[in-house]
Design a binder for this molecule. Structure first.
Ligand code: NAI
Length: 715
């Protein structure tokens, strides 16, 4: 919803001032060329030139900050500023500058009201926090959060200071340390927001509040603090809470992410030594973090995800008004869940009990979104009414896109495709969610193979951000464009990959998993392998992942990959095959590398499985040895994929590995990892490992080229 009363007739900059006859000055944020407002150097200059004078102007009784953008207050800081310099001091001084201006607002005797409709994130929330009163629209688009930590940064506009002062330590720390966003109503309960209103006329409501504040007939809301919150204000308790938080951060990040620790230090300093000392430290750490490798990689990831959202192909997509999903099982239900927001969805399964489960799944997802405040009750009901469940193939007619998620069986997938082709229009696209079957083979008997593509979702679908679109050689560009557009509308980050064995993500995961099993055969312990790779930065270790994915599934995929890459000596791991033959399927049948159920929440390794791999006793490996062997095989396979055109760019490869496999985001993905480790050094190390461990460590020719030329993958 745009603020029509704030529309500009000309574009004098990103800030317009509207002086009202009642003495309120509206400070209207409206970037002239961007769809959202961001905080930039030029904006700070405009604040100096246009807003600072108002504070001393006797005609002005109060100020209201409001945005003229549709559903957006201020989206955060303009990250391009950070890309332009490698000087920590320069970046710190930007924060110091910004903080000086925000402190001017905060210290002003005239009331300053933030009238927030839409996203107030990062620097946007800090601007609001510097105001005396925050009014927010009770609308799903209004979300508030200090998202900086997700970019490896800290809130450098007073966020580490003013947020905890506003909502208390206990409620403030999680917001600062996780970057979590909260809806307006939750923000009100937290005490972050002083009052809620409707989005229409928010500037008018803001002006009335500002005048009342000036007249002394309104004051900031004082939320009643709970006992724990009151205790947390005592210095010894405060120190205890911060120390505990520090321990939790270290346990979760394993020391790989510096930003949350710096945030804690700023909070601690500010509460101990005062606001000015806290702000000073904040600015200094901001520069340090911004030029560090972790933040650089996280910011690049953010840019890559944004670019993927806007990716288009030369041919336009077909409009998809109705989606059909074949198979309402685990994946089908997930796909339906993320699609009912876009239009009608027909789910077909042969089993009515599966359809009932699918309905519960979709309903559960919608209720969760409703509870979180991200959709209204009306929207929930509308989405729910769009789900059509059926056992009849006839009901597929009229769908412009069909996504199949039936059992992983080539003949079955070919059969459902043939059945569909009789019913759907020639312009409709057929996509398979197969994990590993070649799309070209599924389309082998199709009447129109050019409209068959792969849409490889990751489980659980509503949670996992990646969608791998698999493009067979015969695919028409309009069909790929249709799948791409639909995936983007579902909110997924989409990568396009060629239809080759294992596509991209499974292909690079294969050698990594296999190496873990080889190390097991050499005498490594299950829990050591997991611990080392978690320390490296993966969210779960390889042995846990094997159990979660299912040993039978992994064995199946590794047989396929073994056949495809036999010439390279790739073969399924014999120990794994023996385990599967003995009935081990992992977590789903409670028989895997760990014992299930876990005791007191802690999984115990199942040492009985060692004999499937070797009769040798267990012994210690250095963490570096394990991490290096596993990581090098994964990144080398990524380089092979790039060389073979499976992925089109290092950026695609990095996005896919991070979002699909949990490759440590702070390392930036396989190609950033290779660049940081330097291709010539990687090649030298792999050649040593080739002698020690075997030909699987043969470096990819493309990697060798980079080693020779001295160029990184990112020029
Ligand atoms: P599932 O077993 O939960 O669901 C398959 C469903 O297909 C069943 O409900 C079955 O009744 C239905 N079905 C069988 N024949 C049918 C037909 N002719 N018409 C309509 N429905 C039919 O399996 P899941 O896990 O959902 O997997 C589905 C596909 O997704 C497989 O190809 C799998 O490889 C792939 N996949 C699975 C992932 C996972 O983590 N489970 C991840 C990515 C892809």
């Amino acid at each position: 919803m745009a603020n029509n009363d704030l529309m500009a007739t000309d574009h004098p900059g990103a800030i317009r001032i509207q002086r009202r006859p009642d003495g309120v000055a509206l400070v209207i944020l409206d970037h002239p060329s961007k769809p959202v407002n961001t905080i930039s150097i030029s904006l700070l200059r405009e604040v100096e030139a246009k807003v600072e004078p108002l504070l001393g102007d006797p005609e002005v009784k109060a100020l209201v900050l409001v945005s003229a953008k549709k559903d957006s207050f201020v989206a955060g800081a303009d990250l391009d500023v950070l890309d332009r310099t490698d000087s920590a001091a320069e970046i710190s001084s930007l924060s110091t500058d910004g903080n000086r201006l925000l402190s001017r607002l905060a210290d002003s005797p005239k009331p300053v009201v933030a009238a927030v409709h839409g996203a107030a994130l990062g620097g946007g929330l800090e601007v609001a926090l510097a105001c005396h009163y925050i009014l927010a629209s009770d609308h799903p688009a209004t979300v508030l959060g200090q998202a900086e930590v997700m970019l490896g940064l800290l809130p450098a506009g007073g966020g580490t200071q003013r947020l905890v002062r506003r909502v208390g330590l206990i409620q403030g720390l999680p917001l600062l340390l996780t970057g979590k966003r909260v809806q307006a109503r939750r923000a009100y309960r937290l005490g972050l927001v002083d009052a809620l209103t409707t989005p229409g006329g928010i500037s008018e409501t803001g002006a009335r509040a500002a005048l009342a504040l000036a007249a002394g007939t309104l004051s900031r809301r004082r939320r009643r603090r709970s006992w724990p919150e009151k205790l947390a204000a005592l210095a010894p308790v405060r120190e205890m809470i911060i120390n505990k938080a520090r321990q939790q951060v270290l346990a979760q990040t394993r020391g790989n992410y510096p930003a949350p620790l710096k945030i804690l230090e700023c909070v601690q300093t500010g509460l101990k030594k005062g606001l000015a000392a806290g702000l000073k430290l904040e600015s200094s750490y901001f520069g340090e973090l911004a030029v560090g490798p972790v933040s650089r990689n996280l910011v690049r990831l953010f840019h890559a995800m944004n670019a993927a959202k806007k990716q288009t192909l030369a041919q336009p997509p077909q409009e998809v008004r109705r989606l059909a999903v074949l198979g309402g099982g685990f994946m089908g239900a997930g796909i339906a869940s993320v699609s009912v927001g876009l239009g009608p969805v027909t789910v077909r399964d042969l089993d009515p009990a599966v359809l009932a489960r699918c309905a519960r799944e979709v309903e559960g997802g919608l209720s969760k979104q409703r509870r979180a405040g991200s959709i209204t009750k009306l929207e929930r009901d509308r989405r729910w009414s769009r789900l059509h469940l059926t056992t009849s193939a006839q009901d597929l007619a009229g769908a412009e896109l069909v996504i199949e998620a039936v059992f992983e069986d080539l003949a079955l997938k070919q059969r459902v495709l043939a059945e569909c082709e009789e019913l759907i229009s020639p312009q409709a696209v057929f996509a398979s969610n197969t994990s590993a079957l070649p799309i070209g083979q599924i389309a082998a008997r199709a009447a129109r193979p050019e409209r068959v593509v792969g849409m490889h979702y990751f489980s659980p679908v509503p949670k996992m951000p990646l969608l791998e679109i698999v493009v067979p050689d015969a695919a028409a560009e309009w069909a790929v464009a249709t799948a791409l557009r639909f995936g983007q509308r579902q909110g997924k980050t989409v990568i396009l990959v060629k239809d080759r064995p294992g596509f991209y993500t499974s292909r690079i995961l294969g050698p990594y998993m296999n190496e873990a099993l080889i190390l097991l055969a050499e005498g490594a312990r299950i829990e050591t392998l997991d611990r080392v790779m978690r320390d490296f930065g993966f969210p779960v270790g390889p042995m846990t992942l094997l159990d979660e994915v299912g040993l039978d599934v992994v064995a199946h995929v590794s047989r396929d990959l073994g056949r495809a890459f036999a010439a390279r000596g790739v073969e399924p791991n014999p120990g794994l095959i023996k385990m599967v033959e003995a009935g081990y399927q992992g977590r789903k049948n409670n028989r895997g590398f760990y014992k299930y159920p876990a005791k007191d929440g802690k999984k115990q390794p199942n040492t009985r499985v060692y004999h499937y791999f070797s009769q040798e006793g267990r012994h210690e490996f250095t963490p570096a040895d394990i991490a290096e062997r596993l990581a090098l095989l994964m990144v080398n396979e990524a380089a092979l994929c790039l060389q073979e055109g499976v992925i089109g760019s290092p950026r695609t490869g990095d996005l896919g590995a991070i979002l699909g496999l949990g490759f440590p985001p702070f390392r930036g993905g396989p190609f950033r990892y290779l660049d940081a480790a330097q291709p010539d050094k990687v090649v030298a190390r792999m050649e040593q490992l080739m002698i020690k461990c075997g030909p699987r460590f043969q470096p990819a020719p493309l990697l060798k080229d980079h080693a020779k030329s001295g160029r990184g993958f990112y020029a």
